[in-house]
Ligand binder design. Structure first.
Ligand code: COA
Length: 176
């Protein structure tokens, strides 16, 4: 088990195939996945997991499992991936949590830890969160992590045109 980051309450570690059941509890929950046009199928969940295992090998980072320090329970996933905004490749902080654990500040705590990792370990100059314009919970997390809106664009995903906002924070900004 490769541990990447530790915060006051959370531990971020690489996902493994054994995490599939906990991952499907998140990615196959319709309410959690509303911003993604509905829940993932078994195949989409497995493909998502494999894509991240590949990212660990190829990029050295990806979306990681977020577990509670105290119990070891997996409460979500968060981490860093390469994404595109038009023709520009950007480093993005992503986060998705099990609904049973929402509203406890876990996403904010994980996002801030990922931001510090991007600046201190990956030496990034800027890090983004790309958020659907209907997803106010996620916007709150981005703002709590010190981000501000930089641009708006439309993403074509699962057959739907979705207006998105690109939030970011720069290395030279003040950090929480
Ligand atoms: C977005 C998500 C990760 C937030 O997780 P969380 O652990 O509940 O977030 P936090 O407890 O850290 O709360 C962060 C902020 O969001 C606010 N918030 C939480 N849920 C909210 C909601 N439904 N509507 C508006 N604000 C909300 C909180 O009040 C808090 O803001 P504050 O600090 O200014 O009071 C979680 O709702 C989720 O997994 N959603 C589905 C997946 C998703 O949309 N991921 C992001 C894709 S871009």
């Amino acid at each position: 088990m490769k541990i990447i980051l530790e915060t006051e309450r959370l531990l971020l570690r690489e996902l493994t195939q054994e995490d599939y059941p906990m991952l499907s509890a998140i990615l196959q929950d319709p309410q959690t996945m509303y911003a993604y046009e509905g829940p993932f199928s078994d195949e989409e969940t497995q493909a998502w997991l494999e894509r991240n295992l590949k990212r660990y090998k190829e990029d050295g980072f990806g979306l990681w499992a977020v577990v509670l320090n105290e119990t070891g329970a997996m409460v979500g996933q968060a981490g860093l991936t390469w994404q595109s905004i038009g023709d520009t490749k950007v480093l993005e902080i992503g986060y998705l949590f099990n609904r049973a654990y929402w509203g406890k500040g876990y996403a904010t705590e994980a996002a801030i830890a990922c931001k510090h990792y991007a600046f201190s370990v990956l030496q990034a100059q800027e890090v983004y969160s790309i958020i659907r314009d209907t997803n106010s919970a996620s916007m709150h997390v981005a703002m709590r992590a010190g981000m501000q809106v930089r641009t708006r664009f439309t993403k074509h995903y699962r057959g739907v045109d979705m207006p998105h906002l690109a939030f970011s924070v720069k290395r030279d900004d003040k950090h929480t």
